[in-house]
Design a protein. Structure first.
Length: 126
């Protein structure tokens, strides 16, 4: 799982922040590391030079090996909290999305194998 981090001109990226973001994403998205090819992190300061509540934004976009990209956004007053919140949202989205796909695939294999079919009793058998 490759992680790419980008930020706008109002957020100064440094190694410490970059390492913090990467370790946070690895910790939270570890369960899906073999299914994801890339995680893109886009950081922005919505108010620019002015300060304000919920003005830092983290947008996460993940690329799955066999499915379309998924994206979430989280706003917070600071970058680490925005990243952690976006990663938690992405984790929930991945669980629900791939859980639905697994359920659909499980239903298709069950139907194809003949399991789960309703039994019909013939009148003469009763």
């Amino acid at each position: 799982m490759q992680i790419q981090i980008s930020s706008d001109k109002n957020i100064s990226m440094h190694n410490k922040l970059s390492n913090l973001i990467e370790s946070d994403l690895h910790r939270i998205l570890n369960r899906f590391k073999h299914q994801l090819t890339r995680v893109e992190v886009h950081l922005s300061d919505e108010n620019g030079d002015k300060s304000g509540a919920q003005d830092k934004r983290c947008r996460l976009e993940v690329r799955h090996k066999h499915h379309q990209a998924l994206a979430v956004t989280n706003d917070s007053s600071d970058i680490p909290t925005a990243v952690t919140g976006a990663a938690a949202k992405m984790q929930r989205l991945l669980v629900s999305t791939f859980g639905r796909i697994e359920d659909k695939n499980r239903a298709l294999t069950t139907r194809a194998s003949g399991q789960g079919q309703n039994l019909v009793l013939k009148p003469e058998a009763i």
